[in-house]
Design a protein around this ligand. Structure first.
Ligand code: PLP
Length: 287
């Protein structure tokens, strides 16, 4: 396995970073997770745009142009000869001194890891998953924007711990006003009647690329899809609930905080959108 690190390709064993890297010391950096399906890098341009926007927001200047970054990602795939993969792009502030000041870090560090992915078990898609809402809140949009996909995922990790302690794999994060925001690493959708809803970005959610793909697909199909604020009550009483994300794709949620959703099995909208999403992933992107 070849990993792009500091301008060259190295083996997994040699892919090590300095303990003075502020990505390590402070979680100071940004990242992306990207999927490759049959040699098609799904919505690569959107991922690159989000990476550069995240970096700009935290005043981190990525040394490469977007075109060069695209080339590095494609080259990493080629070198590993992967057709189906998960790519992690990390840009950290780089090596500085022990102080917080990011301006002591002169060279941002770019890392690209491609891995053959462990797919989620098929049964999970067939039966759906249980989730719980947790005490940890999504951070406010007026401080560090939830749109920044930063290396500091402590909040999401606390959410994951709460979910694990409750005996489930994923959780529902609310924002500081109690509105539904997202999961620990995925966006949420609810269906009631023939209306599909997902929280708008300002509620406090990452603008997921899978989420946007699902919105596009639903619109093309003429579904009534809306970005609207909602509460846990709306989730509990929905006919269908599903999560979207690069890793998980589209997965049905069949129980939330012990309340059974709909019939307790993946519903028709969820199934149809997953099927359409899986058709789109091999064409919508960079070959
Ligand atoms: N929300 C958070 C906090 C995430 O980390 C992710 C994963 O990347 C998502 C949502 C889903 O976004 P995407 O569909 O771009 O993977």
């Amino acid at each position: 396995q070849w990993i792009y690190l500091d301008g060259k390709f190295v083996t997994k064993k040699d892919a090590v970073v300095s303990v003075y890297d502020h990505g390590f010391l402070y979680g100071d950096g940004v990242f992306e997770g990207i999927r490759v399906y049959s040699g098609n890098v799904f919505r690569l341009q959107e991922h690159i745009d989000r990476l550069y926007d995240s970096a700009k927001s935290i005043m981190l200047s990525i040394p490469q142009t977007k075109e060069e970054m695209t080339e590095i990602i494609v080259e990493t795939l080629r070198k590993n000869e992967y057709k189906d993969a998960y790519i992690r792009v990390v840009v950290s502030r780089g090596v500085g001194n022990l102080g917080l000041d990011p301006f002591t870090c002169k060279n941002p560090q770019v890392i690209v890891i491609a891995e053959q992915l462990a797919l989620y078990p098929k049964e999970m898609y067939e039966s759906g998953i249980d989730i719980v809402s947790v005490a940890s809140r999504r951070n406010r949009s007026d401080v560090l924007s939830p749109k920044v996909k930063s290396l500091n995922y402590l909040n999401n990790i606390l959410v994951k711990i709460e979910a694990n302690l409750a005996g489930v794999g994923e959780a529902l994060m609310l924002n500081d006003q109690g509105y539904v925001a997202e999961g620990s690493a995925d966006n949420i959708f609810i269906v009631k009647g023939n209306v599909i809803k997902t929280p708008p970005g300002y509620v406090g959610a990452l603008e997921g690329i899978t989420r946007n793909a699902i919105i596009d697909i639903a619109k093309e199909k003429g579904f009534d899809i809306r970005e609207e604020v909602f509460t846990r009550h709306d989730v509990y009483t929905a006919d269908e609930v599903f999560l979207t994300g690069t890793a998980v794709e589209v997965i049905a949620v069949v129980k939330v905080d012990g309340r059974t959703i709909g019939e307790g099995t993946p519903g028709p909208y969820t199934k149809e959108l997953l099927e359409d999403f899986r058709k789109a992933v091999t064409s919508d992107g960079v070959k």
